[in-house]
Design a protein around this ligand. Sequence first.
Ligand SMILES: Nc1ncnc2c1ncn2[C@@H]1O[C@H](COP(=O)(O)OP(=O)(O)OP(=O)(O)O)[C@@H](O)[C@H]1O
Ligand SMILES: [Mg+2]
Length: 319
Amino acid sequence: MNSPDKAVFTKSNLCVVGNINRDIRVAPLAPGDYLFADGETSASSIIETIGGGGANSACAAAALGARVAFIGKVGADALGDRLEQTLVRHGICSHLSRDPSHPTGTSINLTFENGHRHFISSLPNNESITLPELDLTALPSFTHLLRADIWFSKSMLFGGNEQLFRRARNSGLTVSIDLNWDPRWGVASAEEVSARKNAVRATLSHVNLVHGNIRELNEFADSTDLETTLGCLEQWGVSAVVVHMGSHGAGYYHQGQLLVEPPAPVEQRVNTTGTGDVLSVCMMLLAHQSEVPIPQQLKLANRIVAEFIEGKHQLIPEL
Ligand SMILES: Nc1ncnc2c1ncn2[C@@H]1O[C@H](COP(=O)(O)OP(=O)(O)OP(=O)(O)O)[C@@H](O)[C@H]1O
Ligand SMILES: [Mg+2]
């Protein structure tokens, strides 16, 4: 079978629950101690885009042609209005709650010429999300739910996510989570880290697809090798795992078997961040398309990400 055309994405839909905020993106800076001294550094560009893992994934899915809804929370402020307008302008059905006591957040994305990055974030709206304030009326008209940014709101982490997944599964949706990197790993006490991991592990029997890169998946499972990690995830109840493997491509683990597809060639690197999100969105949109075998799904996803890296897809809109 030939690799399917990206027109297949137009048959799909995705409902996303997650973070939304403004990203202020600074063009890559030369790394160095000068950044900690008094002074001023000029950058070749600074732009405002929509941000938050959830909102970014919603925008990517919509840009690929899928029917998309986004559920989240903003403050009762002008920035919240601008973010909502950006979602709507890009064809996303927006279900944003407004919270006068928690303003819409911003993240300053510093990127460096050596590929490192540092985000300076204030995200009161996202950190304070609770399940009762989310508008979930759209849920039953979708087939797949992505719960992005699972680590950010304590209320969702300790109870809310599990209830959300139960509601989604009862409405007939399959569920994805991207494990990402918990910002508390390596920072908080061992007790706190383990309580947070256990809270997520307890939800996994309601999760169909888990996504993450090898380092994140291993850290989550307290393991040092991928095979052990994938076995743990399966034992905790997930049906399948999408593995982001960087320059080695992408993997799909199901019932004890890991299929790996090498990456598509990349000629120039325009976008360096967000590649994992794009890969995973492609796999979510293909999850219900059983006529496309898994190796073909991985191939198509790798190809879309390669085109994204080369700057051929504008998936994350400016505000
Ligand atoms: N050098 C590369 N050449 C071609 N494709 C690549 C390359 N690096 C990454 N990719 C593609 O991007 C996908 C996801 O990237 P990666 O594994 O780096 O995800 P990630 O670590 O979750 O990234 P992030 O969270 O920063 O978006 C890979 O599965 C592959 O398809
Ligand atoms: Mg990632």
